[in-house]
Write a protein that binds this ligand. Structure first.
Ligand code: PAF
Length: 281
């Protein structure tokens, strides 16, 4: 794996690859890699000639009281894991170069960024779309890979790429879960043993929603109530939202007549976990 720290070097490599006619698959991450990230690398390897992974803990997507400072970082471990997974170039830009003095440009996807996670994290998606737009400008990927765990993020990035005529195809890949169903996330590390055990209720609530839909329940309000009842049985769990929405435009569904994204965000102590499932109707 080639480690690159500057935008100039990355741009030079991209120019060379394009000249050689190589296609670029891109996996943007904030590091502290787990099997979820590695599954994106595997997909990129299958579809493109060269796999670029970025590792950048993006300050712009953290709110003032969020976990930017304590977000887990281990660049050496990331480099080893990326190399083993088949990443060709690992791009770790410096914050001072990504947001140099006087930086003043933002990318906002209106609407989709204000619902669900956007309600309790009002600046978050603007930070995500801004950094992803910058990374796309540098890496110029043919295909970029995002995990379904952040299904809202993937929908927003798809909309950004389409609205801004970006020449990058966005692929969303399935969630990778621990054996007990908890969706893999770098933030799972924050959970105490008891919180970690209780957090398994999230996937069980999502599966319960799926079985209710498969059994013929079509009223979203009934399903959401049932899920909430299950989750609040864990005293440490504080629900931020449970939503049933159209997977593309994230609009609330009252009656489930087509595919539905069932999504939730729940706090366990200071740790906010998100998860979702797409139910095909
Ligand atoms: O999903 C993430 O890890 C981040 O939001 C991303 C896409 C790398 C942007 O910082």
């Amino acid at each position: 794996v080639k480690a690159v720290n500057t935008i100039a070097r990355m741009s030079t490599l991209v120019r060379m690859l394009k000249k050689e006619g190589k296609t670029i698959g891109f996996v943007p991450t904030m590091g502290y890699l787990h099997d979820g990230h590695l599954s994106l690398v595997k997909a990129a390897e299958k579809h493109t000639d060269v796999v670029v992974m970025s590792v950048f803990v993006n300050p712009a997507q953290f709110g003032p009281n969020e976990d930017f400072d304590k977000y887990p970082r281990d660049p050496k471990r990331d480099e080893v894991m990326a190399a083993q997974a088949g990443v060709d170039i690992i791009f770790c830009p410096r914050s001072s170069e990504m947001y140099s003095e006087g930086y003043s440009t933002c990318v906002t996807v209106e609407g989709l960024s204000q619902v669900m996670c956007g309600r309790s994290r009002p600046e978050h998606f603007r930070g995500v779309t801004t950094v992803v737009a910058k990374l796309f400008g540098i890496v110029k990927p043919d295909i970029a890979y995002f995990g379904q765990k952040d299904a809202q993020q993937a929908a927003i990035i798809k909309k950004m790429a389409s609205d801004l005529n970006m020449d990058t195809e966005i692929k969303m890949m399935p969630i990778v879960r621990e054996t007990d169903g908890l969706a893999m996330s770098s933030r799972n590390l924050y959970l105490s043993d008891a919180q970690r055990r209780d957090a398994t209720v999230l996937y069980r609530a999502l599966k319960r929603a799926e079985s209710l839909i498969f059994a013929g329940e079509r009223k979203a309000s009934v399903i959401k109530e049932d899920m909430k009842k299950m989750i609040v049985q864990k005293p440490a769990a504080k629900i931020d939202y449970v939503a049933i929405v159209n997977p593309c435009d994230l609009k609330d569904l009252e009656i489930i007549a087509k595919d539905a994204l069932v999504a939730l965000a729940v706090n366990f102590g200071k740790t906010r976990l998100i998860d979702n499932i797409i139910v095909e109707v």
